[in-house]
Design a protein. Structure first.
Length: 114
């Protein structure tokens, strides 16, 4: 049996905010997020930048016709569309509503297949 090495950087959304601080995926592919038990939002979306500290913009769905948004609930693990998340090195997680306290979201990442 073989195991895939993975990383789980944290995305932290501050009190009364909707966007997390920047997350560096270190060249790995985000494949899912684990939401905390007290998560307030009912959807999540993402922003990306080319470089650390760069200008972040919304991540679009695969067809390019709108924002990539995923319905969610507190405590859920949410798998992410690999076609949408491929190549995102710096991201922010965006809650659909302001969080009532600081929230830490685990971003699960795996190596990109070459």
């Amino acid at each position: 049996m073989s195991f895939v090495a993975y990383s789980s950087p944290n995305a932290v959304i501050a009190l009364n905010q909707t966007k997390s601080a920047e997350v560096n995926t270190r060249g790995l592919q985000p494949i899912g997020v684990q939401l905390p038990a007290a998560f307030t939002g009912t959807s999540i979306s993402f922003e990306r930048a080319k470089a650390s500290g760069g200008t972040f913009g919304p991540v679009q769905n695969v067809s390019g016709t709108g924002l990539y948004s995923v319905p969610c609930a507190a405590g859920q693990y949410i798998p992410l569309d690999p076609l949408v998340m491929l190549g995102i090195n710096f991201l922010k997680v965006v809650s659909g509503s302001s969080e009532g306290a600081e929230r830490t979201i685990e971003v699960v990442c795996i190596p990109v297949a070459h």
